[in-house]
Design a protein around this ligand. Structure first.
Ligand SMILES: [Zn+2]
Length: 466
C-alpha cells in the first residue's frame, strides 16, 4: 500500500524534472539538518545585522561544490559542499561569506525576483512552480523540486571586489561569534587548486566566486589578527556536522561507497548513521534496524534516531510498529514539524477514520509551524477528505499548491474551498487571501509564458528573466 505511493511520487519527480526549462534540482528537507542550520546561522546573521527569521537556508542534492544566494534572502548549499568540508569551521567560513552577499547588498541576478513576488509567497521563486508534495521517502529526507530562479542564481558570478568584501565581512562575523577564520581560509585554499582547471572541470563555486592569490592573501592578513585564529572547532558542533555529513553521504552515495567510507569496524555514531542509510538503500532492513537500535541505545533521548527507525519501519510496511517510534521522536522534539509530519503520514496511511482523526491535530500543528511543508498539507488534505470534510480538504490542497508556488492549481482549489465555507469565517477569509494572491501570480505567470512564446517564435533567446 505504501510502496506504490512512493513509486507514483518518484515517477512524478522524474516527469517534472524532464519538463523543466532549466535542469531541475532537488531541495532536500531533513529535520536534523535544518535544526543544525538554524542553530549555527542565527548568530552569524545577527552579527551581520540581518533578521535571522527572514533568511532561509536550503540544501540542494548536487555533488558539485557550490553555495549561492538567490531570490533575496535565500542561501543554498550543495550537498557537495557540505561533504567537501573537513570540519564545521570550513562550512561556517562559507556561510559567513555568503551571509555578506545578502547583508552587503550584492545583487547579481538580473531582474532579481524578490521585487516582483508581491503577495504570492517568495517560496514560489525558490520551489518549482509544479513542486507537488514530495517527501517522506527513502528514510526521512524529503525532496522538493527547486525552482527556476534557483537554477539561474547559481551561475551568476560576483565581482572580485564583492568577493573581497564578503571575505572580510565574513571574517568579521566569525570574530563576533568566536569562530576561527582559519576554516574559511582552508576551504578557499582547497578550491584555489581548481583555478588552473578548464572551466568545465571547475566546481561552480569557483566560477561564481572568483578566487585568486591576492584575495586569499588579503584574507590571511586580516585573519591573522583574529583572537580566535588558533581556536579549534567547537567539539559539539563539529560532531553534529560529522553526523550530518554521514547521513547525507549515506543518503546520496551508493551503499558500496558508504560502506567503504564507514566500514563495519567503525562503531562511531557517524559511521552507524551512514550505514543505516546504506543498508536501507541496499534493502537490508534488518541490518538498518540493528544500526538504528544501536544509535538509540547510545543516545536514547536523540529524537532523530527514533525518527530514522520509525521511517525504516514505515517504509517497509511495518506501519503499526512505526507509530510508537515516531511518537517518541515527536515527544522528544515537539517543535520539529518534519518529524510530526512523518507521524501524521504514518497515521493517514492506515486509511482508518480513528487514525485520521488522530492525525488531524498533528498535521495542523505541523503546518502552523512550517507553512511551506507541502507534504504535511498533502496528508492533511487526505485526512479531511477521508473524513468527508471536503471544504477543509480543498483549503489544505490550496495551501499545498500555494506554498509550492503553483498558482493556477492554488487558484482552482481556493475557489472550490470558498464555496464550501460560510462567508466571514476564518477559513473563508484564508481561502479568499489565497485566491487573490494566486490570481495575481497566475496572471503574472501567464504573461510571462506568453512573452516567452512570442520571443522564441522570432528565434530570439527565450526571455526567462523578467
Ligand atoms: Zn562570494
Amino acid at each position: 500500500m505504501i510502496k506504490p505511493l512512493r513509486q507514483i511520487l518518484t515517477a512524478l519527480v522524474v516527469t517534472l524534472s524532464a519538463s523543466a526549462h532549466v535542469a531541475a534540482q532537488s531541495i532536500l528537507r531533513d529535520a536534523e539538518t535544518e535544526a543544525f542550520f538554524r542553530q549555527v546561522s542565527t548568530p552569524i546573521y545577527k552579527a551581520a545585522g540581518l533578521t535571522p527569521q527572514s533568511v532561509h537556508m536550503y540544501l540542494l542534492g548536487d555533488k558539485s561544490i557550490n553555495a549561492f544566494v538567490t531570490g533575496g534572502q535565500n542561501i543554498f548549499f550543495h550537498s557537495g559542499l557540505i561533504l567537501a568540508a573537513d570540519d564545521v569551521d570550513e562550512f561556517m567560513g562559507v556561510l559567513a561569506h555568503e551571509t555578506c552577499h545578502i547583508a552587503c547588498g550584492h545583487r547579481i541576478s538580473r531582474g532579481e525576483a524578490a521585487s516582483t513576488a508581491g503577495a504570492f509567497s517568495i517560496l514560489s521563486l525558490v520551489l518549482g512552480a509544479a513542486a507537488i508534495a514530495m517527501g517522506g521517502g527513502e528514510a526521512g529526507i524529503g525532496i522538493l523540486t527547486a525552482g527556476q530562479s534557483v537554477a539561474q542564481g547559481q551561475f551568476l558570478a560576483y565581482t572580485r571586489g564583492q568577493e573581497s568584501e564578503a571575505d572580510l565581512a565574513g571574517a568579521r562575523y566569525l570574530e563576533a561569534v568566536g569562530i576561527s577564520p582559519s576554516g574559511m581560509i582552508r576551504f578557499f585554499d582547497k578550491l584555489r587548486d581548481q583555478e588552473i582547471l578548464a572551466q568545465i572541470r571547475q566546481d561552480p563555486y569557483v566560477r561564481s566566486h572568483p578566487l585568486n592569490r591576492t584575495r586569499i592573501q588579503q584574507l590571511q592578513q586580516t585573519a591573522s589578527n583574529s583572537r580566535y585564529f588558533n581556536t579549534p572547532p567547537n567539539t559539539f558542533l563539529n560532531e553534529r556536522f560529522k553526523r550530518l555529513q554521514a547521513k547525507l553521504g549515506g543518503y546520496l552515495d551508493t551503499p558500496r561507497q558508504t560502506l567503504r567510507k564507514y566500514p563495519v569496524s567503525d562503531t562511531s555514531i557517524a559511521a552507524r548513521y551512514a550505514r543505516v542509510y546504506a543498508y536501507n538503500k541496499a534493502l537490508e532492513w534488518d541490518l538498518a534496524l540493528d544500526e538504528a537500535d544501536a544509535l538509540i541505545k547510545a543516545e536514547p533521548n536523540n529524537p532523530y534516531f527514533h525518527e530514522i527507525k520509525g521511517q525504516i519501519l514505515f517504509e517497509n510496511g511495518r506501519v503499526n510498529e512505526s507509530i510508537p517510534v515516531f511518537e517518541e521522536a515527536v515527544r522528544l522534539a515537539p517543535r520539529e514539524p518534519l518529524i510530526a509530519t512523518a507521524l501524521g503520514q504514518a497515521l493517514v496511511s492506515f486509511e482508518d477514520s480513528g487514525r485520521m482523526e488522530q492525525a488531524l491535530p498533528i498535521l495542523k500543528a505541523a503546518t502552523r509551524q512550517d507553512s511551506t511543508n507541502t507534504f504535511a498539507w498533502f496528508n492533511l488534505a487526505k485526512a479531511y477528505s477521508w473524513l468527508d470534510r471536503q471544504p477543509e480538504a480543498n483549503l489544505a490542497t490550496a495551501e499545498r499548491f500555494y506554498s509550492g508556488g503553483a498558482a493556477a492549481q492554488a487558484l482552482t482549489h481556493a475557489r472550490r474551498a470558498l464555496d464550501g465555507f460560510d462567508t466571514g469565517t476564518p477559513e473563508w477569509i484564508r481561502a479568499q487571501d489565497i485566491l487573490i494572491a494566486a490570481e495575481e501570480a497566475a496572471s503574472r505567470q501567464q504573461r510571462r509564458g506568453r512573452r516567452r512564446r512570442i520571443t522564441t517564435s522570432f528565434g530570439q533567446k527565450p526571455a526567462i528573466n523578467e
